[in-house]
Design a protein around this ligand. Structure first.
Ligand SMILES: Cc1ncc(COP(=O)(O)O)c(C=O)c1O
Length: 380
């Protein structure tokens, strides 16, 4: 096949320790967590399953049966899957404790979810952000009633300051990352994310054959895999996608244990620009992931623009930067005929891609869209 859009992956790897076990996965994130998350979240005001869009035009191009795109831009008014995690964790831990203050460190969307959850149940909220988080993201959280504290340095620094101040002040940290003796709350956020898989299992009768899951610290990917273990009758091939300079899951999979990486260049896919996979997700990912793919930022604008210009689907899709790498990596894998064969991507395949956010940062979205439109002219 001719190389579609000239897309290439940066690196591809196969997990030598692959050994999918529903039982082991649901030992890490027990079924009762998954069931409770769905029970609670589906009762929230304004709850609706987010659309599962068939990317028919892309499917035709790549010669597959279906490519499903879970459109999280429609998740409540928060426009990201993160709405399912932080807000749910806040509700669980603040139950009957109106006086508590919750806090978190964030790249944006998780903090928005925590702020929204805190507002919903009337508790105070403190958000720590790094230098890399845009003002428009900070403003969104302030609009939801949170106090936003900007910290000099990167995400790791914002988290360490959040821990330090929260411990001093007695604030309850609601973090999506786990560390030693801090596992319950990250598990709640992952259980929240699994609601996406519960919905998908209601939305299509097709057996999903491949799922492409973005990873930052791995919480979303592991939450989705737990959902797959619980709700899917057949286990698809699971492919984790990361930015090329922030491939901490890939490096850990290659290494066989958690490996912290040195991010040489922050990715434009801000939520995924993470240096170290989180502890609880790792316990799931290490044996459940078939493959890891890393991709370059350079394809993000054109993919975002193509989704908006209905190049892959009948309907316009507003996809933020972190929603693009699923499509980038799928096309890249199909552009490599050996790999396409190895992954068994063919006319019977029903592929699932997660459109994890919409235009959560409007300024960035508009900038990337403009760049993408220019690039597209090359192909028109
Ligand atoms: C906006 C956003 N933030 C973060 C992530 C990564 O989630 P996690 O850090 O749980 O792996 C994603 C997707 O993977 C995302 O779309």
């Amino acid at each position: 096949m001719k190389k579609y859009l000239d897309l290439k992956y940066s690196e591809f790897t196969t997990n030598k320790s692959f050994n999918f076990s529903r039982k082991k996965i649901l030992n890490v994130l027990p079924e009762k967590y998954l069931l409770d998350a769905h029970k609670v979240i589906s009762k929230w005001k304004g709850y609706k399953e987010t659309p599962l869009i068939n990317l028919k035009k892309l499917s035709k191009k790549l010669g597959t049966n279906n490519i499903f795109y879970k459109d999280e831009s429609k998740r409540f008014n928060l426009k990201s899957f993160k709405a399912l995690g932080g807000a749910y964790a806040v509700e669980k831990i603040a139950k009957n404790k109106k006086k508590i203050t919750v806090s978190t460190a964030t790249a944006g969307n998780h903090g928005k979810s925590v702020s929204w959850g805190a507002k919903k149940i009337g508790v105070k909220c403190k958000i720590f952000i790094s230098e890399n988080v845009s003002n428009s993201r900070a403003l969104e959280m302030e609009k939801l009633g949170a106090e936003v504290i900007r910290v000099k340095g990167n995400y790791e620094k914002s988290l360490s300051i959040c821990k330090e101040i929260s411990n001093k002040k007695g604030w309850q940290i609601v973090q999506d990352v786990a560390w030693r003796k801090y596992e319950y709350i990250p598990k709640l956020t992952m259980a929240g994310y699994s609601v996406m898989i519960k919905e998908i299992s209601n939305q299509t009768k097709h057996y999903i054959t491949h799922v492409f899951l973005q990873a930052g610290v791995g919480g979303m990917a592991a939450g989705m895999i737990s959902g797959i273990a619980k709700y899917f009758r057949r286990i698809p091939k699971i492919i984790v996608i990361e930015p090329e300079h922030a491939n901490c899951v890939m490096q850990s999979i290659k290494n066989g244990s958690i490996r912290k990486i040195n991010i040489k260049k922050q990715s434009i896919m801000g939520g995924m620009s993470c240096a170290k996979v989180s502890l609880v997700p790792w316990r799931i990912l290490k044996n459940a992931v078939n493959n890891c793919v890393s991709v370059s930022d350079k394809y993000v604008p054109q993919t975002l623009a193509m989704l908006a210009k209905k190049k892959f689907s009948e309907k316009k899709i507003i996809a933020g930067e972190c929603s693009t790498p699923g499509i980038i990596s799928l096309i890249s894998c199909c552009n490599d005929s050996h790999l396409k064969k190895k992954l068994e991507i063919n006319k019977s395949s029903n592929i699932l891609i997660i459109g994890c956010e919409g235009d959560t940062d409007k300024v960035l979205y508009n900038k990337l869209y403009k760049i993408g439109r220019q690039k597209l002219k090359k192909y028109e």
